[in-house]
Structures are given as C-alpha cells and as structure tokens.
Design a protein around this ligand. Structure first.
Ligand code: FAD
Ligand code: MLT
Ligand code: ZN
Length: 476
C-alpha cells in the first residue's frame, strides 16, 4: 500500500543520510517526514519563487524536542528553517538548501488564560484564528487580524511582527506580546518578558525575537495580551477620484470617527477580486476605493453621515455605501481582503513599503511617477494600509514574459524604489519581513551600524549561524 511504500522510503532516506539516522535514534518519538510531497509542501511559503529542497521535516511536540533538535543541528552542521503556517510573503520560511524544516504544526495548543492579567499563553504553532476564538471564549479579543488568519501561526506573526488591517487602532503584533519563550541557536530556552506590565530591569530581549524571522532561534511559546471587544461597528466603502482625495478623506474621517480600520485599493485590485468571484459594489468604475470600519453607535452614525457629506461636497468622494448588516460588512471586506488570493495565480512581485504618514504625499508623488515610467506595460496593483503609511504594490507578470526576466526587471525597479524610500526615511518591509525577497535592499532601511549590530546579536544567540541562514542578511 501507499503508506507502507512511504515508510519504506523514509527508512531508506534515513539510512542513506547518517545525520537523519542520528536524529531519529536520539529522538525516537520525533515525527520526521522525508516524502517528496512533504518536502515540497513544507519547503515553500506563499512566494512560490524557489524550488523547495529541504533535508527533512521535523514536527516536534515539546519544547524539549525543539532543544534536542537544535543540539543535533549544531553537532551535525544542519541548518534549521523554523516554519509556521508558511503564509509568509518574503520567502522567510523557504527551505531550498538541504535545511531541516522545523514545523511548529503540532505545538498548537492554548496553555492558559489569566483573567486578572488578561493574557493568553499559547504554543507558537497556534493559528491566529484559534487565538481569536480562544480570546472570544473569555469575552476578550486579540486584535491583530488579517486575511491569512486561518493558516498563519502566532510564532510566524511574532517572527515577522505581522501588521494587518487593524494596526491603525491597535498597533502591530509587537504591542501584544507580553512574553515569549525562545529556543536560541545554542539550544538555550530563554523565558523573555514573562507577562510583566512593567519591567525596567535592563534590555527588553523579548523584542529581539519580534521580526527576527527565525534567525535567532525558535519561538516556542507566547503570552499574548488581550483587550476589550470593540463597540459594534459599521463598514463603509467609498469611491475616490485620486490619491490626494485619499489623504484628505483619511484626515477627515480620523478626526470625526473612532476608526477600527482604514484600507485602500485601486481599480486594478477591484478588477482582480471581481474576476475572483466578489460582488461589484458600484455601477461605475472609480480609480480608488477605501474600506472604513468605525464604531457605530447612534452618535457615530450621525457623525459618519456628516463626514461623508462633507467629503462628497469637497469632491473627495464620488460614491459610497454603508453596511446595514454583518453580511454586508463581510461582503465589503471581501473586496479588500480577497486581493492577495485573487492575485496569487499570477505569482506577483510584491512590494510592502512604508513611510511616516506625514511623508506619504511626497513619497507617493515620487513613487507613482517612478513606477509609471518604469512599468508602462505592466499591471501594477496598489492596495494596503494607507492609514499606517503602508503600501502594497504588486506587479503582475505579462503573459509573454519569462519568469526570470520578470523578476530581474522587478528587482531593477525595486532598487529605484528603495532609493526613494531611503530619501523619504521609509522601510522596504513594513510588515512582511525581509526574508529572501527583500534581502538585497535591507541597507536602504537600516544603516551599516544597525546591520552590524544585528549581525553581532545573531552571532551571540546563534554562534554557528544555523538558524534560518541566508534570510534577512547573507551569511558572512
Ligand atoms: P511562516 O510563513 O511560516 O514564517 C514566516 C517567517 O517566520 C519565516 O522567516 C519563518 O522562519 C519564521 N517563523 C515562523 N514560525 C516561527 C517560530 N515559531 N519561531 C521563529 N521563527 C518562526 N502579513 C501582514 O503582516 N499583514 C497582512 O495583512 C497580511 N495579510 C496576508 C494575507 C494573505 C492572504 C497571506 C497569504 C499572507 C498575509 N500576510 C500578511 C503575510 C503572512 O501571513 C504573515 O507574515 C504571517 O505573520 C506569517 O505567519 P506564518 O505562521 O505563516 O509564518
Ligand atoms: C494585505 O494587506 O492584504 C497583506 O499584507 C497581503 C498582501 O500584501 O498581499
Ligand atoms: Zn498588508
């Protein structure tokens, strides 16, 4: 049978690779996968640009197993790629060079809720949606949220400092991590932060793990802050003529409403989500759209209407609709949240850039001119978290173009974009991480001194350079 054939294959590869034989012997309970289909499945993330080629997949179920795997990695010189839900968009979880993928898939349980501290302690492989559900069972919320919620994990969210659609009100993942446990590259278990609200006893090492992209070790547990649920909200979709209007609508609504989200997308993005099954919101096509979620008591509804009328009167808004039910709200959200999936079939080249909100108008003017000039015949899809100063600029490959030529062309333009970011004090990765995709441009966001410090920290926590090597920066 297929199962017997597979276990025979596994046995064979263990026998042919002495390093795996040692791992298997020292941890007989450890689940190890070596089937071709598993290597392919666990060796890639959403970027789909690299050919997966891991040595094997380890699925530990305890912290002790994770530590033992790191000790084995040091003895046998095998690199480790920590792996969550592999929804990452920067190639951070890719294993293309004979690494051991260490998947947190089996470490996915809630470990405890503290009603006084209002914290939830979870294993790092817990999916974001499961964290939302667990918080909800206690009448609270974990407010970091985005479309990959069903598949991405808390460990991956912390390792990339994930943002999402509610950063404008609640901040990034970093703000919600009260403590975490990290198995570093020496195999040491570090208990960082320990859930304290106040702690001025030196460096806050917990924050080193946030956005570390697996390069300092493996996050095995996290203690997350929870908060009160927001008041009931409404969702409004507005159509706008230009980017100028976008910034003005943002300032107007932010001053009059309690915003829970303010997200934008362009006509090209709408085109792709509609082609992917979403429902058309307006008869006419407009250049820009925003999805706004806001607290919707009686007073706020009146304020929203008057703000809407003001924006309409100024010509900043051309059309609009406000949800009358949860189902309508979900339908409007789908137009924004469905973009990534709708574009996935094209394997887009993704940019995820940020500048300070105050720098946005000048940066935008420069970037639009730059991309208009450099990408005259490409489908360029803009969307993102405009209220956080974060733009997603996705470039789709023309059908006739070879993939390698397309990537080379995009990298040439990204270099120019990185220059614009440097001039405007922005970041080449707002929320997706650097990984493999943005590694060549790290120096546009971080100074030489900063990069040298990051490398130094890595050397202390991962002296052998075995924790996700080649991601974030090249190995020395
Ligand atoms: P993975 O992809 O598995 O890994 C990401 C990185 O973290 C890798 O470098 C990996 O080595 C490391 N890592 C994973 N687990 C651990 C661990 N336990 N310890 C140490 N390192 C670890 N991101 C946003 O920020 N905002 C969004 O709005 C957003 N929307 C998305 C929508 C869709 C449809 C998709 C597919 C992705 C989206 N993303 C978004 C990107 C992605 O979901 C996030 O980066 C997410 O945080 C990755 O989590 P993951 O568990 O899938 O991590
Ligand atoms: C989003 O905001 O939708 C995500 O960051 C995903 C993406 O950029 O595709
Ligand atoms: Zn995003």
């Amino acid at each position: 049978s297929l199962a017997r054939w597979r276990s025979l294959l596994r046995l064979l590869s263990m026998m042919t690779d002495p390093r795996l034989a040692v791992l298997s012997q020292s941890l007989p309970q450890l689940r190890l996968l070596t089937d071709a289909a598993d290597l392919e499945h666990y060796g890639r993330d959403w970027t789909r640009r690299w050919t997966p080629a891991p040595l094997a997949i380890a699925l530990p179920s305890t912290v002790e197993e994770v530590q033992a795997i790191v000790r084995w990695a040091r003895e046998s010189g095998v690199a480790i790629v920590p792996s969550g839900g592999r929804t990452g968009l920067s190639g951070g979880a890719v294993a293309a060079n004979g690494e051991l993928v260490l998947s947190l898939e089996r470490m996915n349980r809630a470990l405890g809720f503290d009603p006084v501290d209002r914290t939830l302690t979870v294993q790092a492989g817990m999916p974001l949606q499961a964290v939302h559900d667990a918080a909800g069972e206690h009448g609270l919320v974990y407010p970091v949220d985005f479309a990959a919620r069903g598949s991405c994990t808390i460990g991956g969210n912390i390792a990339t400092n994930a943002g999402g659609i509610r950063v404008i009100r609640y901040g990034n993942t970093r703000e919600w991590v009260a403590g975490l446990k990290l198995v570093d590259g020496r195999g040491e278990l570090l208990d960082l932060g320990r859930g304290l609200v106040k702690n001025s006893s030196g460096y806050d090492l917990r924050h080193l793990a946030v956005a570390s992209e697996g390069t300092l070790g493996i996050i095995v547990e996290a203690t997350l802050r929870l908060t009160d649920p927001p008041p009931p909200t409404s969702v409004m979709l507005l159509a706008l003529p230009d980017f100028d209007a976008l910034m003005r609508v943002f300032e107007t609504l932010r001053s009059k409403l309690r915003l829970e989200a303010f997200e934008f997308f362009t006509d090209r993005a709408l085109h792709h989500v509609l082609a992917h099954g979403a429902q058309k919101p307006f008869d006419e096509v407009h250049a820009y759209y925003v999805v706004v979620e806001f607290a919707a008591g009686e007073a706020e509804q009146v304020a929203a209407l008057s703000a809407f009328e003001q924006c309409l009167g100024e010509g900043w808004v051309l059309d609009g609709v406000i949800s009358q039910s949860d189902a309508q709200a979900a339908q409007l959200w789908r137009l924004r949240e469905g973009i990534t999936e709708a574009l996935a079939q094209y394997v887009p080249y993704k940019n995820d850039v940020s500048v300070r909100i105050s720098a946005m108008p000048a940066f935008l003017a420069e970037t639009r001119a730059l991309l208009g000039r450099e990408y005259p015949h490409f489908d360029v899809v803009w969307f993102g978290h405009i209220g956080d100063g974060n733009l997603h600029i996705n470039v789709l490959k023309p059908e006739a173009m070879a993939q390698a030529d397309f990537v080379a062309e995009c990298e040439r333009v990204t270099k120019l974009l990185a220059g614009a970011l440097q001039r405007h004090g922005g970041s080449i990765s707002a929320e997706h991480g650097i990984g493999l995709v943005k590694k060549p441009y790290l120096a546009s966001t971080r100074s030489e001194a900063e990069i040298a410090l990051m490398r130094g920290i890595r050397r202390v926590l991962d002296p052998d350079g075995l924790m996700n090597p080649g991601k974030l920066f090249d190995e020395p």
